[in-house]
Design a protein around this ligand. Structure first.
Ligand code: GLN
Length: 197
């Protein structure tokens, strides 16, 4: 890390990026909205927000960000994807649109719109591993994690169903922690960010 304050990028092509910027700032980091490859320089971490993964897939190409993001993720930069961001990270995708690609960085299978297309949104109590106090999970046309690869740790669940996971420097959640004003998962991500580099 260059200075004392971590610099965390938030992919800002589309979707719920402003709320992540606010959460990161509440936690004392410098949040950088990322729309161009140049804005990836010097980051200590990167957030991939919720939104619409098919649109983000297209915008990753038109912005020129697909390759540089693939490279920084492969290089071990801590990354946290929420909802559509989880879809972007998943190695395997079910019910994607024709030709929809992912970065294939996190060994899970994501089922897009896994609670049904018509279930627009719901809230549920999410249990955090190692924390007795559940958090409110806001799910918006959320994906489901239908397979968790070897070495992928479950960070949060609803009953038996994993809803947040971590593998190495990559974290992902099927819901929107940035909308619930509960920053515990962001704080866990930042632990990674501050020990990186
Ligand atoms: N259903 C969206 C998708 O497929 C994800 C929704 C969200 O990010 N809130 O990308």
């Amino acid at each position: 890390m260059a200075g004392n304050t971590p610099r965390v990028g938030v992919l800002a092509l589309q979707g719920a990026f402003r709320e992540h910027v606010q959460a990161l700032e509440r936690l004392g980091t410098t949040a950088i909205e990322v729309r161009t490859p140049a804005e990836l320089a010097g980051l200590d971490g990167l957030m991939l927000p919720g939104g619409e993964s098919t649109t983000m897939d297209l915008l990753l190409d038109s912005s020129g960000l697909r390759e540089p993001i693939t490279a920084v993720v492969a290089d071990g930069l801590p990354v946290f994807g929420t909802c559509a961001g989880l879809i972007l990270l998943a190695t395997d995708l079910e019910d994607g649109t024709e030709g929809q690609r992912t970065l294939r960085a996190l060994d899970v299978t994501a089922l897009r719109n896994g609670y049904g297309r018509q279930v627009a949104s719901f809230e549920a109590a999410v249990e955090l591993t190692g924390d007795d106090t559940p958090m409110v999970g806001i799910f918006i046309r959320a994906p489901r994690i239908t397979r968790v690869g070897e070495g992928v740790e479950v960070l949060a669940s609803i009953g038996d169903e994993p809803v947040a996971v971590r593998s190495g420097s990559i974290m992902a959640a099927t819901f929107h922690p940035e909308l619930a004003h509960d920053d515990r998962l962001h704080a866990r991500f930042l632990e990674r960010v501050t020990t990186h580099s």
